[in-house]
Design a protein around this ligand. Structure first.
Ligand SMILES: [Zn+2]
Length: 343
């Protein structure tokens, strides 16, 4: 049986929701990952260091006994975020990034940034103190086709931000297109990107296979096959600018299976196994450890983890649904199989 040992990975983009929901899903993450960048887009977004401290405490309470896990908190950027708040965040020691959601881009982004120019004071301090800007890179204009939103965001915003703040650390989150890959590759060492497993496992046909598939709906939306292939190539290339971020984003079954379903795919139950499958199929298992366990820590300026996990190529069944608070959530590839297992 094929098996590999790698340094314990981290998840550089994760949604764990709040309150009763955290404890249903967090064990899937803490079983696999030592740390995760926790996204701040709760229905009341985490806009201040004080709110992040409270949220962090709720997450720590939900860590199962015997698991060691560090939530790496983030702030939600708004038109009102100022430099003092960024300084407080940096001094806290537990906040590791500030997330820019263009208003209306995805789940709970209504309070996000409507005009990035209003945030220039905050961005200047972030550049000074070395606080990374994490970007949901999609324009939200109604006239831009949903499949082109990432490409248009690069054209309209990213070049300008980088020329105005040349030393700002930027993580272009969950990239989905050849254009985003090229942009990151051609930028300086202060620009990196996370890549999800689901954007490397599925192309946009998965949204419509035999009928509408709400559990394959996420944002950024799945893209064409040539983009999917390019993502696999970038992730398995060994380039240090690309690293693991699951963007696992659970919703209740009824919030997905409805006339206007939420965006988000839950993948934490195979948070590292799905990537092992992708890297194995690409004959690049030797590149998995850097992508999953080194590149992100190095970019964020954190120590690499010291313990290890063992991954084995063996099928295990994924349940049809999982408990989520007092409701249920349909996990990615429900009732099918994980191709790799963690010991
Ligand atoms: Zn996300």
């Amino acid at each position: 049986m094929k098996s590999i040992t790698i340094t314990r990975p981290d998840d550089w983009h994760l949604h764990v929701r709040d309150h009763k929901f955290i404890s249903s899903i967090l064990p899937d993450t803490t079983k696999r990952f030592a740390r995760a960048i926790i996204m701040p887009n709760l229905s009341d977004p985490i806009t201040t260091t004080a709110l992040a401290a409270d949220y962090r405490a709720r997450i720590l309470m939900a860590i199962p006994t015997g698991h060691k896990f560090e939530p790496l908190m983030t702030l939600y950027l708004t038109n009102q975020t100022n430099g003092d708040e960024i300084k407080r965040a940096k001094e806290s020691g537990f906040i590791h990034g500030v997330k820019w959601y263009p208003a209306g881009a995805t789940t709970n982004s209504d309070k996000g940034v409507s005009d990035i120019a209003t945030c220039y004071g905050a961005l200047a301090v972030m550049q000074d103190v070395g606080m990374p800007l994490l970007i949901h890179g999609e324009v939200t204009d109604i006239d831009v086709d949903i499949f082109d939103r990432e490409e248009k965001f690069i054209e309209r915003f990213l070049g300008k931000i980088i020329s105005d703040f040349p030393n700002l650390k930027i993580v272009f989150e969950h990239i989905t297109t050849e254009q985003a890959i090229k942009f990151v590759e051609n930028s300086g060492p202060n620009v990196a990107a996370t890549i999800t497993a689901h954007h490397m496992l599925l192309n946009r046909n998965a949204l419509f296979k035999g009928g509408i598939r709400p559990h394959h709906y996420c944002l950024p939306v799945l893209k064409r096959e040539h983009h999917r292939k390019a993502l696999v190539k970038a992730a398995t290339s060994g380039n240090k600018k690309f690293f693991l971020g699951t963007d696992s984003a659970p919703h209740t079954e009824h919030a997905k299976e409805t006339a206007c379903g939420c965006a988000g795919i839950y993948t934490s139950h195979g948070g590292i196994e799905f990537y092992a499958e992708i890297f194995d199929k690409a004959n690049a298992l030797d590149k998995l450890e850097a992508f999953a366990s080194f590149n992100g820590a190095d970019f964020y300026g954190l120590q690499r983890n010291s313990d290890q996990i063992i991954l084995t190529k063996k099928q295990t069944k994924i349940p049809p649904s999982i408990a989520f608070g007092d409701e249920s959530c349909i996990p990615f590839r429900a009732s099918e199989c994980l191709e790799w297992a963690i010991d």
